[in-house]
Design a protein around this ligand. Structure first.
Ligand SMILES: Nc1ncnc2c1ncn2[C@@H]1O[C@H](COP(=O)(O)OP(=O)(O)OP(=O)(O)O)[C@@H](O)[C@H]1O
Ligand SMILES: [Mg+2]
Length: 454
């Protein structure tokens, strides 16, 4: 499992190198420190020998030396001027002056033999086992820093590896956080060089997806456009049929035929609009007076509101300027008001508000209809989704079109149900960027009548 992770592999590899290097270094250090300690003990023996040779009081026949660590067990043996006494003393007499390692009474010892000018001799002895033990202890202490360094290095390695992989994590998080329709290229600038090929591949893929999506949108737009002509021709034929003398049954059938055709026409118009706004609008849009466009759309829909017995009007209206295509802005308001009109019962009201809030120009539409069921809220912007209580003649594309237009304008849209005692309805709030200096520069684009989409 760990070998499938680059991080795991790097960590394992580097840890192995650290442990190996530490082990080898430790071994060499141990050996070196051990040899040094042995040499140091030899020089101690030599120093003791020098002190005893030149004028120091001769020590008792066999005594540990004062001043030398008692653990070192350095023993001095006076041998007199001629071989005498114990077997060991005679054996010692047999050795020449100098340092040697030999066996004394069956135990290996390090010996220093010296003769004084008066002919007397002495031996300084230390058991090899003790010397090795002391040297081993010292050498072992030299290993402590290396042993402590290994886990520290492993920790640093883990931290460095983790840090080095942060850009990969960030890239993945950025991709995960993207909206499905956000096909913008990933930036290469601050990414590590190793990631550039991946980013280039992902960008290539995004570009191919964008082309494919564009092709599909163009196909839908073209299909809707192509279907418009025959449907218009059929509508004309249906109108012509009306001039003929038809039976009551024939008239009823003709009426439902015309309704069906007008719904199909509406569906095609909506499809065309969605495809058009989904393709986005490149370039800078002109400055448009939001309040003026809203007034024009309301004027256009007022007869229908009167017919439906709905009170449609402005609650608040402030001059607000936005950068937008006039047709798109009007389509957005028209779709929202069309919904409000269709869902508000006779005797109800639809209130519009246009005001500025900080940097934003806000358009708010409140109706007194039934609102949207909470279960439908999450999917209400999906194309063709009409919720649990659709009204007869909708295609389910209006809110998708509105959302796409708002996004193209860099704004936001929020939909909520109006709640309170005896209250119901839907509140739609669209926030767009308000162009504050528009009035000062006097640039205005607000024709008397808002053109419909074509
Ligand atoms: N003001 C509203 N009050 C109550 N329900 C609404 C309101 N606006 C939208 N809805 C619900 O949201 C659904 C989707 O609306 P949308 O505008 O996308 O489609 P539509 O109105 O059915 O069709 P189209 O707008 O394409 O003619 C509607 O079918 C309706 O169920
Ligand atoms: Mg609608």
């Amino acid at each position: 499992m760990i070998m499938q992770s680059l991080r795991g592999r790097l960590f394992l590899g580097l840890t192995a190198v650290i442990v190996l290097a530490g082990g080898l270094g430790g071994l060499l250090t141990y050996q070196w420190a051990f040899d040094e300690a042995i040499e140091m003990q030899d020089s101690v023996l030599i120093q003791i020998g020098s002190v005893l040779q030149h004028g120091a009081q001769s020590a008792p026949a066999e005594t540990p030396l004062a001043g030398v660590d008692s653990d070192a067990e350095v023993v001095i043996r006076e041998l007199g001027t001629a071989p005498r006494g114990a077997v060991a003393d005679r054996q010692l007499w047999g050795f020449a002056d100098g340092l040697r390692t030999d066996s004394l009474q069956g135990r290996p010892v390090r010996l220093l033999l010296r003769s004084r000018p008066d002919g007397s001799r002495f031996a300084v002895a230390q058991q090899t086992a003790i010397r090795n033990e002391i040297a081993g202890e010292l050498a072992f202490r030299a290993l402590v820093p290396i042993a402590a360094l290994i886990p520290c290095l492993m920790l640093v390695t883990a931290l460095v590896i983790n840090r080095s992989f942060q850009p990969v994590k960030r890239l993945a998080a950025k991709l995960n956080a993207r909206q499905a329709d956000d096909l913008d290229k990933l930036p290469v600038e601050n990414a590590p060089r190793e990631l550039h090929p991946f980013i280039a591949s992902i960008n290539g893929l995004l570009e191919r997806i964008r082309l494919m999506v564009d092709q599909q949108r163009r196909f839908i737009a073209d299909a809707a456009h192509e279907l418009r002509t025959p449907i218009t021709a059929l509508s004309l034929q249906a109108e012509n049929l009306e001039q003929l003398l038809l039976s009551d049954d024939g008239r009823a059938r003709l009426a439902s035929l015309r309704t069906g055709m007008s719904r199909t026409k509406h569906l095609l118009e909506q499809l065309l609009a969605l495809a058009r706004y989904e393709m986005g609008r490149p370039g800078k849009s002109p400055l448009v007076s939001l309040d003026q466009v809203a007034k024009d759309v309301v004027a256009e829909l007022l007869p229908e509101a009167v017919e439906r017995g709905v009170d449609l009007g402005f609650e608040i209206i402030e001059p607000s300027w936005v950068r937008a295509e006039l047709v798109a802005l009007a389509a957005m308001i028209r779709n929202l008001l069309d919904n409000a009109l269709r869902f508000t019962p006779r005797g109800g009201h639809i209130d519009l508000g246009i005001y500025r809030q900080g940097e934003a120009a806000v358009l708010q539409i409140e109706d007194s209809g039934p609102g949207i069921a909470p279960a439908d809220m999450a999917r209400i912007f999906e194309p063709f989704y009409r919720g649990g209580r659709p009204s007869g003649d909708g295609s389910g594309l209006g809110l998708s079109i509105v959302k796409r237009i708002v996004e193209n304008l860099g704004g936001t849209i929020a939909i909520e149900n109006i709640q309170g005692a005896g209250l119901s309805g839907l509140r739609v709030t669209v926030e767009l960027h308000h162009e504050c200096d528009a009035r000062a520069t006097g640039r205005q684009q607000a024709p008397a009548a808002v053109p419909a989409e074509s």
